[in-house]
Design a protein around this ligand. Structure first.
Ligand code: ADP
Ligand code: MG
Length: 382
């Protein structure tokens, strides 16, 4: 028997068993979840039920609010008690990471680093948690391989666009140009690896933005915590970032349905949805179907091009599968920025990842590209 629907990111106000709503911005739990925009892509995890050959493992599902979104975990465990304890430990780890990496918390390590940007040797250097160093290092690899299409220091630009969305007014071009001057992953200085990491930002006014790299890392970390506690069949979903270990008993993989419909449901042909079958992998989705502002008939995404400071106007939706969740999280954003024409060029630099990118063409149709191994990850259509 297959029980259906574990986690679903619905476009608007729709609820099924468990609802996960999130925003691209990495917000603290204190911000009311209900007021936020939903993620750009809908991700639906379909989880096998208990009809396993191994009857001693049963399925348990939990949810938790952190990182400004509802987090869902599904685990297979021998009893409810061990499932609950282990998932509690995984959620504690996610909250710990949230406290370190949030750009909404003024007391986070990330905010401290941001506040010291440009202060030079000594004053500007902050000791950071090894997890912070690890996720930042992973994201810097993506920044380098995508020529800065993904840039973890895009904070000054993102702040302008957040304000623009609130005020429904485009950022001032001079403000954009000043923000772009303060962006640059090459000016991030990470030292003391791996045991005593320190971090400094060389340029005054630089700001790290964890929006496109922290959730994936946290999901994978949660799965690792579960594994160390003996639970090796688990899936953790933080908005559009999902990590899993071994599949449910008797199954080939965790079934993760990805639908690119978002607010464009009406125009989306049904064949644009697909189901991934994943094992010991992470998937991340990014796009502009939900998070954008429309001004004077132009639609600007919450994903920005760090080199121009502009919200993307070329509409796109990306899905990346990788064994490394930080890579998947950062790379889907980079693919949206790079665009469909540079898809192969970018993906050639990530031989360990599979990806699919959909883009709207100027004539209003939708075109897509995927890596050669992507289809093999999808479940056959029923
Ligand atoms: P989602 O949050 O919907 O999963 P992403 O993973 O693409 O989508 O993250 C989008 C967030 O990442 C934005 O809200 C912003 O905080 C940040 N961001 C936007 N553009 C970039 C970029 N080019 N590089 C790095 N981070 C970005
Ligand atoms: Mg991302």
């Amino acid at each position: 028997m297959l029980t259906l629907v574990l986690v679903r990111l619905f476009p608007r106000g729709f609820r099924l068993l468990s609802l996960v709503r999130g925003i691209g911005f990495y917000a603290p739990i204190a911000r009311p979840v209900a007021r936020r925009l939903v993620p750009s892509l809908a991700v639906l995890a379909l989880v096998s039920g208990c009809s396993s050959p191994n009857q001693s493992l049963t399925r348990h599902e939990f949810s938790h609010l952190a990182m400004g979104v509802r987090i869902n975990a599904v685990v297979y465990a021998s009893d409810e008690h061990s499932a609950r304890d282990s998932v509690a430990a995984a959620f504690v780890e996610i909250s710990r990471l949230d406290q370190i990496l949030s750009d909404y918390r003024p007391d986070s390590q990330l905010s401290l680093v941001n506040s010291r940007a440009g202060q030079g040797f000594g004053l500007g250097i902050t000791e950071i948690d090894p997890s912070f160093a690890e996720v930042l290092l992973g994201s810097l690899v993506v920044a380098e391989r995508t020529d800065g299409a993904f840039d973890p220091s895009v904070g000054p630009v993102v702040q302008l666009w957040r304000a623009a969305r609130k005020q429904h007014r485009l950022p001032d071009p001079a403000a954009i140009s000043s923000a772009v001057d303060r962006v640059g992953w090459r000016d991030i200085e990470l030292a003391g690896l791996p045991n005593h990491p320190t971090l400094s930002l060389r340029k005054p006014g630089m700001k790290l933005d964890p929006g496109a790299f922290a959730k994936g890392f946290a999901a994978q970390r949660a799965v690792e915590v579960l594994r160390t506690r003996g639970i090796d069949r688990a899936m953790v979903a933080i908005a559009g970032d999902i990590s899993c270990s071994l599949p449910p008993p008797g199954q080939r993989g965790w079934r993760i349905a990805v639908s690119h419909d978002g607010s464009t449901t009406d125009q989306s042909p049904p064949d644009r949805a697909f189901t991934l079958l994943l094992s010991n992998q992470s998937v991340s989705t990014a796009g502009d179907t939900e998070q954008f502002i429309e001004i004077d008939g132009t639609r600007y995404s919450h994903i920005v091009d760090p080199r121009t400071g502009l919200g993307l106007t070329n509409r796109a939706a990306a899905t990346v599968v990788s064994r490394n969740a930080t890579t998947a999280d950062a790379l889907d954003t980079a693919l949206c920025v790079a665009g469909i024409d540079r898809f192969e060029e970018v993906m050639d630099r990530f031989p360990d990842c599979e990806a699919r990118l959909e883009a709207h063409t100027p004539d209003g149709s939708i075109t897509s590209k995927e890596t050669s191994g992507f289809q093999a990850l999808t479940a056959p259509r029923s």
